[in-house]
Write a protein that binds this ligand. Structure first.
Ligand code: SAM
Length: 244
């Protein structure tokens, strides 16, 4: 029988080879995802006014293990360029949208970024690769707790999480260089505008619940004036809470 003849070291090596092969499989899948996103960016270049996103953002997409952020039943789809269910009626956003939102805020080392809608924690992890400090708020307790367990285990120690209504932002850590809202709001929450630094950027889907919304980029000028630009139509789950 094979197992009697095979040297003992083969049995030690096999699990290592299998996990290396799996790791590689995910790395290749992530690389294909990067290429899919690059194609989507080219296809939507008329909206975006550019044909490629910040290479640092694409490196983050190629690095962060999205399969660790989806339920086991969705793992085989983790590197499809589409949103996936994460339970509680919520989704992990489409990777193209995650990359685009990350690009639009022009993240830099040293920045302090606020995310509204932690969900799985994936967008927070991408932002954490690009900036020094990420603060993220989730309204659904179970999702917030799951993300709080998941992120440190994956080595993300620059993300601070809180359960609560993100409409009001996070005054204790304000002002923020950038704010990313990952659920659709009927209007831009004034507390978030107040917590954005002069020179800061906010990206937020604005529009009706469950219909197509507009992804909006807001830039706060040095004098506090806001410049708003509609980027492209998107479809997000709604921002919930008493104000929406
Ligand atoms: N960023 C998430 C990720 O990477 O998995 C995906 C976000 S999912 C599209 C939107 C999330 O926003 C949901 O988890 C939802 O519970 C959360 N949410 C909705 N309204 C909220 C609010 N008022 N404050 C904080 N989170 C909210």
């Amino acid at each position: 029988m094979f197992y009697r003849r095979a040297p003992y070291w083969l049995f030690l090596l096999l699990p290592m080879l299998t996990s290396a092969a799996l790791g590689d499989e995910y790395a290749q899948a992530r690389q294909r995802l990067v290429e899919d996103i690059q194609q989507d960016v080219r296809d939507t270049s008329l909206y975006l006014d550019k044909v490629a996103l910040d290479p640092r953002v694409m490196t983050a997409i190629a690095t962060v293990p999205r399969h660790e952020f989806v339920p086991a039943a969705q793992r085989h789809r983790a590197y499809a360029n589409r949103p996936l269910p994460i339970g509680h009626g919520q989704t992990i956003s489409q990777p193209y949208i995650v990359a685009l939102m990350s690009d639009l805020i022009k993240p830099r080392a040293g920045d302090r970024v606020l995310e509204i809608g932690t969900g799985s924690g994936y967008q927070a992890a991408i932002l954490a690769e690009l900036t020094d400090a990420v603060y993220s708020i989730e309204i659904i307790e179970a999702l917030g707790k799951q993300a709080a367990e998941r992120l440190p285990g994956l080595g993300f120690d620059n993300i601070t999480l809180r359960i609560g209504d993100g409409y009001y932002g996070w005054k204790e850590h304000a002002p923020f260089d950038a704010i990313v809202v990952t659920a659709a709001a009927s209007h831009v929450p004034p507390p978030l505008v107040a917590q954005l630094k002069p020179g800061g950027r906010m990206v937020i889907p604005v529009g009706s619940r469950f219909l197509t919304q507009q992804l909006v980029l807001i830039e706060k000028q040095a004098d506090g004036q806001l410049i708003t630009r509609q980027i492209l139509p998107v479809k997000f789950v709604p921002l919930t809470g008493e104000h929406n």
